[in-house]
Design a protein around this ligand. Sequence first.
Ligand code: ZN
Length: 392
Amino acid sequence: MKDKDSEGFFTASFQQIKGGELTDCYFQRTFQILKTKGINKRVVAEVFAKDFPCHWSWGVLGGVEEVVRLFKGFPLVIKGLKEGTLFSARQPVLSIEGNYIDFCLYETAVLGLLCQSSGITTAAARCRKAAGDRMLLSFGARRMHPTISPMIERNAFIGGCDGVSETLSARMLGEQPQGTMPHALILVMGDTVKATRAFHQVIEKDIKRISLIDTFNDEKFESLRVAESLGKELYGLRFDTPSSRRGNFLEILQEVRWELDLRGYNDVKLFVSGGVDEQSILQLNPLVDGYGVGTFISNAPVVNFSLDIVEIEGEPIAKRGKESGRKKLVRCPQCYTYRVFPESEPEGNCPCGGKFENLTISLIEGGEVVYPLPSPQELRGYVLGQLSHYEL
Ligand SMILES: [Zn+2]
């Protein structure tokens, strides 16, 4: 093995993917056959999900900007929903129009981008919905390959997290990374109070003082020691208590809250991390002010999108089980009723009286990006605005 072969990670580069090197081999063979036979047909292909994982009834579309970056400069017309749009099963989220040989090598990559990102944005949005206004941070970078951390954290943030703990991803989002302290600091310092005091002395004043409780001793006594030592400077306590030791976690938190309040520490907030998911958020909400969610978001199940041809040379055609013809998705801004219409039909009015709004917009025309790409903060706001219309 040459030296250079043992450097870097087992990941593909943007150039390799954009060059069509990363594809299922049958698309390469299709390309080869169509080229050899001189068949070059103009097609429209659509992306949709037949159903969702985990009994989800809606999803949040992620990965659109990456798809736009992938196809920028290609002789194609790409239409679709804005990134962050909430959608249901069997609704078209993206379409690609062009000569089939110009994009057949990219199905693998396009679906990969949309499927994983949409799973993460949806899981984050579900946690946001469960947590209400409570603080929600993404702590799951450590569970996934580091090269995709910025993609994961971007989708966690867009889906509704208030912040992310991993530094490079936070910088790429234009956000301050958010976190507390690790068990390692407390172990190395030898004591929770000592570690929290050192944190208070060394770390910039604008970073909230949140002490990690559960390294050495009982949560109640450790919480009181830290509160008494830091007084008003203490913003909150984080409980990362492993599930094997939790027993009735809600009772532990109840006891801590009681003892803190009794001594006047009513302002000290309680944060929970470690194996948090949407169910535990719903259970712990009465006592918890904020959550650090890891695996549930970073390792979210993917949305199983497929890409299907729906039109060839202007004629509607599709495989069995799939409606043919190019379509658009519309939504009533008043009652959030969705309808799928043939693209050429006017969208008309909703039965409620509202006027349907066309959600299928042009993203790329002839290689040019024709859609002003929103910032992650704008996308997050868009998701949060829609979430009030949905139930978990
Ligand atoms: Zn309506």
